[in-house]
Design a protein around this ligand. Sequence first.
Ligand SMILES: NC(=O)c1ccc[n+]([C@@H]2O[C@H](COP(=O)([O-])OP(=O)(O)OC[C@H]3O[C@@H](n4cnc5c(N)ncnc54)[C@H](OP(=O)(O)O)[C@@H]3O)[C@@H](O)[C@H]2O)c1
Length: 333
Amino acid sequence: MAGKLMRALQYHSNGGGRVGLEHVEVPIPDPGKGQVLLKVEATSLNPVDANTHKLKLLLRPFLSRNPLIPATDVAGEVVEVGPNVRNFKAGDKVVAVLGFFTGGGLAEYCIAEENSTVLRPPQLSPAEAASLPVAGLTALLTLTDKFAGVKLDGDGPKKNILITAASGGVGHYAVQLAKLGNTHVTATCGARNLEFVKSLGADEVVDYKTPEGAALKSPSGKKYDVVIQCARVAFPWSVFEPNLSQNGKVIDITAGNIRAVWTILVQKVTFSKKKLVPLLLVPKGEDLKRLVELWKEGKIKTTLDSVHPLSKGEIAWSKLLDGHATGKIVVEQ
Ligand SMILES: NC(=O)c1ccc[n+]([C@@H]2O[C@H](COP(=O)([O-])OP(=O)(O)OC[C@H]3O[C@@H](n4cnc5c(N)ncnc54)[C@H](OP(=O)(O)O)[C@@H]3O)[C@@H](O)[C@H]2O)c1
């Protein structure tokens, strides 16, 4: 592919927000050692894609200054393999998660690491496959022993779980995965999504704009053993605390503020039984493979908020920044 150009959406150097993305033609990248070149069929967007750009500007002295082509979650076809690639060949249909700081998904071609790439079955559409990586992997991680401790085979003691923003990318997978375990799931979402979230398996659903929803109360009065906090809202600890069981934990995938750090420190020095636990995803190929298996077994499905062509990728980006997606926003190439 040397010398050939591809279409892409790129952040110009100091751009940001809605106006920072521009349509460009750039050279198709070459795969290096352990990498594959993909012809991208679909890319899903995540809030982290927008945050990475802001972080990259802050860390400019330490990172590559190449303009960023955002997005990490892609489905596509292998067109070329780099040296030492053992598990893939040209023509394979795959799903992959790209590096947070390298991105590359909003383009016709991208480079993926072999160990972050997984074969996808022909029945799994590119849009659905591209939706799985960051949102699905985060949801899966929240439920593991290190965090919620829910066994996906239904074993183990019953846990009462609250999932906030259950209509979003992470939340809609988290509800489905949590219900594979021995759980009672309460979920929050907007009024328009109450039926949708029930259809994912939640036992109780609360509108987050009602007083009960804003206070994260379970309609049946249950205390939560685990809260999976996915709403892009910095709830003070005083909102979680009265709703938790004696050893209740809040797994916070949004904790990036001083208040959360302070809460964690105070809980450490006071030996609090109730805990705020921050979670940061480090994507792993083996977990992506597991998600694809769960999809094959009919245990999870993807809801698509909207699908946009690459030529209108900025509309998809605007929707991402608005924060009101039901399921996943996808760009098809
Ligand atoms: N720590 C990590 O490694 C990690 C990984 C992935 C994501 N994240 C973070 O997790 C958060 C969620 O990501 P996402 O991809 O799921 O976001 P998303 O898809 O953009 O979430 C959108 C959904 O959130 C709902 N929502 C907004 N405010 C709410 C509230 N107060 N209560 C209940 N629902 C609310 C919206 O409903 P309405 O439209 O009705 O308002 C919408 O359906 C983001 O902050 C993201 O940065 C962190």
